[in-house]
Write a protein that binds this ligand. Structure first.
Ligand code: HH2
Length: 259
């Protein structure tokens, strides 16, 4: 899954693809580089980000979603807002990527059920505004597992089958560095949920804290190291900004795996 943030303020590419033509071009380039899905977002969910109103979020993403879907690209929409989700699905998106796991507004859950779309259910403690203010867990892997299991059950209850779902432990969403590392080490646990396991570690700040690289755009080696580690533990959907580099790393990983 390649990322296009049509935002002025995303943590690693804010402002880069804010003009609709730039967003479309970026999405096409990611698909050409080997992304199976292009994830389009119009609201940053970085720590401390404030919410964007639905009309503005639609204005940002709809031209990009429409153009990419017309090209036959499988588009996911990264939103917590049912109005935005409805408009994006009508414009041709096929997947809801919701960092609130369809809890921010129950209307999103019903939209996914009714439209036959797929969904990525992401764990987040709190909201982006405050999620990094002293996050706490009893046992981070178990707590996140129980939450995601509950969300899969809630989806099944409205008719969304697990084969339309991916679960994502939400790296960096209300987690300390230790929580994030424990989740990566414990990824295999999430395979028991019977859905695709997804992960977004790409360029994230805690990787830079480990390696000492302050510039998100330079964190490609860090992102690849964490991504390949995750693939070895069952992750099958990687959300990344650097698709070409990831595809090349994956080619080697796959060649080694099949020997
Ligand atoms: N991370 C971000 C946004 N959406 N979706 C999933 N499924 N998993 C993630 O880990 C995830 C996500 C945050 O990264 P980004 O979109 O690059 O930045 P921003 O939120 O600042 O736009």
């Amino acid at each position: 899954m390649g990322v296009v943030n049509v935002t002025p303020d995303s943590f690693s590419d804010g402002g880069n693809w804010f003009a609709p033509e730039a967003g479309v071009e970026r999405g096409r380039a990611l698909a050409a580089a080997g992304a199976d899905i292009v994830d389009v977002g119009g609201e940053s969910t970085r720590p401390g980000a404030s919410a964007v109103d639905e009309a503005e979020e639609c204005r940002r993403i709809l031209p990009v979603v429409t153009a990419l879907a017309e090209d036959g690209i499988l588009v996911s929409v990264d939103t917590r807002h049912p109005g935005v989700l409805a408009a994006a699905l009508a414009a041709g998106a096929g997947i809801a990527n919701d960092v609130s796991a369809l809890t921010a507004d129950p209307a999103s859950l019903h939209l996914v059920a009714e439209t036959g779309a797929s969904a990525v259910l992401v764990h987040m403690q709190g909201t982006p505004e405050t999620m990094q203010d002293d996050p706490r867990y009893e046992d981070v892997v178990e707590d996140v597992f129980v939450f995601l299991a509950g969300r899969v059950t809630a989806c099944q209850a409205v008719g969304i089958s697990p084969d339309r779902l991916a679960v994502d432990p939400g790296y960096g969403f209300g987690k300390t560095l230790e929580h994030n590392l424990a989740l990566l080490r414990g990824l295999e646990r999430f395979c028991a949920l019977g859905c695709t396991v997804a992960l977004g570690v790409s360029r994230k700040g805690s990787l830079g804290r480990i390696s000492g690289e302050p510039d998100p755009k330079r964190r490609i080696p860090e992102s690849l190291a964490a991504g390949l580690f995750a693939l070895d533990r069952g992750v099958r959907l990687l959300r990344v900004h650097d698709v070409d580099e990831t595809r090349r790393a994956l080619a080697v990983w796959e060649a080694l795996r099949h020997v």
